[in-house]
Design a protein around this ligand. Structure first.
Ligand SMILES: [Zn+2]
Length: 383
């Protein structure tokens, strides 16, 4: 598929690459469809029966694939043996560090189901103290796993580079924190650290039925976004792709932002800003009807501002799917309606007429589940 290749490829293709690629193909097919015979897999992947059988022996040796009995077939002859990923042989441990006051951790199945979870209050810890909290939580979650751990995935706020170094996370007081390497040394397990919104977009893709081109906007204490194009996460030159929170919306200033500028998207849309604005409007309203009207105005304005930021992104990338993650009582309703209306009114109808904007169904576990996708993808090549 020529369109999927990057420009100017320079890497040499080695036999071990081909073998790894074939192994990934087989695992991915089993992960998504389950219960296949060797012949099914050969047909599905285009690999020869010999190659498939050889790979299956290897994967069974690693306990990654199991035989699950024989297919009931009306035809005479030897029935085919059905195979599947051994979905209970391994578990995944993940952490979500994006909560403003609470860090969360969970053990997940290979299918992304949360089997157990726990958390710890951040209690204002920063820098090394915040790292200690993270390491202690990770030890606790690992101790709760009931099967060998495939790997550890972590969704962190802030800018995270490809080596899992948290370049900058103001809430945790981290600058150039080599989180991935430190947690890997501390646990002896493979660890992947990514930005929380980038983790969230992977959860939406793998478990939320999203398409290959997708923008996920995560609204919490801050505002960030994760972008998937052609099934690939986009990180950007400085690993800050999707950092739309501190982009100024419009030319009319607006509320003062924590970063010092006025009218950043975050200053319009973050959860603390919306809840305090709604609280203030409710306190001064004379009647419940007036309070409701004022609340709708605040949410509509925030939705409109989000639409203004997203319209050029939607237009430039020809995106048709946008997912919102955050408190549904704030985002789902007049706010998202105003966002869609604004995007549609600012882009060409022929290109964005089928645009859908919806709330995620992944709920509060979205980062935990997305971090599991990072591990599945890194360790097995499946997602
Ligand atoms: Zn700002």
């Amino acid at each position: 598929m020529i369109q999927d290749r990057a420009l100017r490829p320079t890497a040499k293709v080695l036999p071990e690459h081909i073998r790894l690629n074939n192994r990934t193909l087989v695992l991915q097919t089993l992960y998504r469809t389950g219960l296949q015979s060797r012949a099914d897999l050969a047909r599905e992947t285009g690999l020869t029966r010999v190659t498939v059988s050889d790979l299956i022996s290897e994967l069974m040796g690693e306990n990654l694939v199991i035989e699950l009995g024989q297919r009931q077939e009306p035809r005479p002859g030897k029935p085919a043996t059905l195979l599947d990923i051994n979905r209970v042989a391994f578990q995944i441990v993940t952490l979500d560090l994006s909560g403003h006051t609470r860090l969360r951790g969970a053990v997940l199945s290979l299918d992304g189901a949360v089997l157990s979870s726990s958390g710890v209050e951040l209690s204002g810890a920063r820098g090394e103290a915040a790292y200690e909290k993270v390491a202690a939580l990770l030890r606790q979650v690992i101790a709760g796993a009931t099967a060998p751990i495939l790997g550890v995935g972590v969704g962190s706020p802030g800018i995270v580079d490809r080596a899992g170094v948290v370049r900058n996370a103001p809430n945790l007081g981290w600058r150039d924190e080599p989180l991935q390497a430190r947690l890997q040394d501390a646990t002896g397990l493979p660890v992947r650290v990514v930005n929380d919104a980038n983790a969230a977009v992977l959860a939406e893709h793998s478990f939320g039925g999203a398409d290959h081109d997708l923008l996920l906007v995560k609204v919490g204490h801050g505002v960030g976004a994760g972008l998937l194009m052609g099934g690939r996460a986009i990180f950007g030159e400085r690993f800050a792709a999707g950092e739309i929170g501190h982009v100024v919306v419009g030319t009319d200033d607006g509320p003062l932002c924590a970063c010092g500028k006025s009218g950043c998207l975050e200053a319009w849309l973050s959860v603390p800003r919306l809840t305090s604005a709604i609280q203030a409007a409710t306190d001064t309203a004379a009647t419940p009807e007036q309070a409701e009207l004022a609340t709708d105005q605040i949410l509509t304005e925030a939705g409109r501002r989000l639409g203004i930021i997203l319209a050029p992104v939607v237009g430039a990338l020809n995106l048709l799917e946008i997912v919102l993650s955050g408190p549904p009582e704030l985002l789902d309703g007049v706010l998202s309606a105003a966002t869609v209306e604004t995007i549609l009114s600012r882009t060409m109808a022929t290109e964005t007429g089928e645009l859908t904007l919806r709330m995620t169904a992944q709920g509060e576990d979205i980062v935990l589940r997305g971090a599991a996708v990072m591990v599945l993808s890194a360790q097995l090549g499946v997602s």
